[in-house]
Ligand binder design. Structure first.
Ligand code: ADP
Length: 426
């Protein structure tokens, strides 16, 4: 029997068997049989001409046919059907034709069917990849929208809270004046408590405003001549009382680079350093040590704030510079800014990073991990460009007299520390 006659003989039992085995329900079966008839005709053409391109259009249609449900559930339905088709073709040929004709037919048909399987798998995979990319795009769009909503909410809430807070501040200070001259001594105490709360609220609102400024690239810096050592002295004086209360030691080392003048926004830089050092105090138990050190690098001054505190786990190190990185830990939220482990709204480090990056610098942390018994400690590194000219040229003239030649700077002591391995400026 010729191959062509074998193919004709196989046609009806093949369509009947495959549609019976692979399609359930009358309606589905009718449509599926039509597809099978079309496929079989193209298969015959392919066998006769030896050109697999005949099958391409139907394989393309099949590969693109998974329904939304198939795609969502991740079923590889079409590939499965073609795979089963190969097995059923072998069975039907064996049942319908004699051994020799069956072998001859299968030798011609099986390579075409396996080729069809690989083509359909590829098309089906492409359909899935397109579906997943589409879903990913939609999710990304939703996330961006959520992030925008969050930023807008922070910004609006902060500004809306600011006005009533200013009123409360004004009235409270008037009440403090009245209370001081009144016969009621307890009143002044109560009002002190109210003032502390107001002060804390003001700080949080200012932080929220700073975060939205940084988020929207609206943080403007007022560059002035700044001496890093001068900032450290101010910090030391401000934090000394807290450090003493916590029986901690705050050591500020003099290093090459701490005495040179750089152009920076002194208020913002102070705010950034204050955040890092306050955190060091907050996350170090009583009797611990906080050391501020640093070194001069080509084009940068590096400030290192090291503590002997609870340390930070690697997963946590990756998120603490993101806003609200710590929000999940509501158990740690506390109004005490320097109380041991008293977490805040998690805005301090994102603001610090925003300020340092706006200066063209960078900040990172090193820690062996979080351990409240071993006390691994943390080391925050801040790299600041040793900018020796203000950004505004008109200021250069005015501040030019402050220019200091780096070589002329006398260093009191040099830092003997080994440089950190992940130092991006090294
Ligand atoms: P918070 O208001 O929670 O202190 P920050 O943005 O200042 O927010 O810090 C984020 C988180 O980083 C903190 O909640 C804390 O878990 C961790 N962290 C910051 N500095 C230190 C440090 N020196 N030692 C240990 N953990 C720290």
């Amino acid at each position: 029997m010729t191959l062509q006659i074998s193919l004709q003989k196989l046609h009806d039992p093949w369509v009947e068997r495959i549609s019976r085995e692979l399609a359930s329900g009358e309606g589905v079966r009718a449509g599926f049989s039509e597809q099978l008839v079309r496929f079989y005709e193209l298969l015959e053409q392919t066998v006769m001409t030896g050109d697999t391109a005949w099958l391409d259009p139907i394989l393309y249609d099949w590969g693109r046919s998974p329904t939304e449900t198939n795609l969502e559930e991740g079923d590889y339905y079409v590939s499965f059907v073609v795979n089963r088709m190969i097995a059923l073709t072998i069975e039907t040929a064996r049942d319908t034709l004699n051994k020799k004709d069956a072998l001859e037919l299968l030798a011609a048909v099986i390579p075409i069917l396996t080729h069809s399987l690989s083509v359909v798998v590829r098309y089906e995979m492409e359909t899935r990849v397109a579906h997943i990319s589409n879903e990913l795009g939609k999710t990304q769009e939703k996330l961006q929208q959520l992030d925008r909503n969050k930023s807008n909410f922070i910004s609006v809430a902060a500004h809306e809270l600011k006005t009533p807070l200013t009123l409360i501040e004004g009235y409270t200070s008037m009440m403090v004046d009245v209370a001081q001259s009144s016969e009621e001594p307890q009143m002044a105490n109560y009002l002190n408590g109210v003032e502390t709360g107001i002060h804390r609220l003001r700080h949080i609102i200012d932080d929220m405003i700073d975060v939205s400024l940084i988020d929207n690239n609206l943080l403007t810096l007022n560059f002035q001549p700044v001496w890093v050592s001068h900032m450290f002295n101010l910090l030391f004086n401000e934090l000394k009382k807290t450090v003493d209360e916590r029986k901690q030691t705050l050591t500020i080392k003099s290093f090459e680079g701490s005495e040179i003048m750089i152009y920076a926004d002194s208020e913002r830089l102070y705010q950034a350093l204050h955040n890092v050092v306050s955190n060091a105090i907050k996350y170090t138990p009583d009797n611990g040590t906080i050391t501020i050190n640093g070194r001069l690098l080509p084009g940068f001054v590096e400030i290192i704030v090291a503590d002997t505190g609870i340390g930070i786990s690697p997963e946590h190190q990756a998120i603490i510079f993101e806003k609200f990185g710590q929000l999940g830990r509501t158990d740690l939220h506390s109004s005490g800014k320097t109380k041991f482990k008293g977490g805040g709204p998690g805005l301090g480090l994102p603001i610090t990073r925003g300020i340092i990056e706006a200066h063209g610098g960078t900040i990172w942390v090193e820690s062996e991990g979080h351990d409240e018994v071993k006390l691994n400690g943390s080391k925050f590194h801040i790299l600041l460009p040793t900018r020796t000219e203000p950004t505004d040229p008109s200021m250069t003239k005015f501040f030019g007299q402050f220019e200091v030649n780096k070589k002329d700077v006398e260093t009191e002591s040099s830092v003997k520390e080994t440089p950190p391995t992940n130092n991006p400026a090294a």
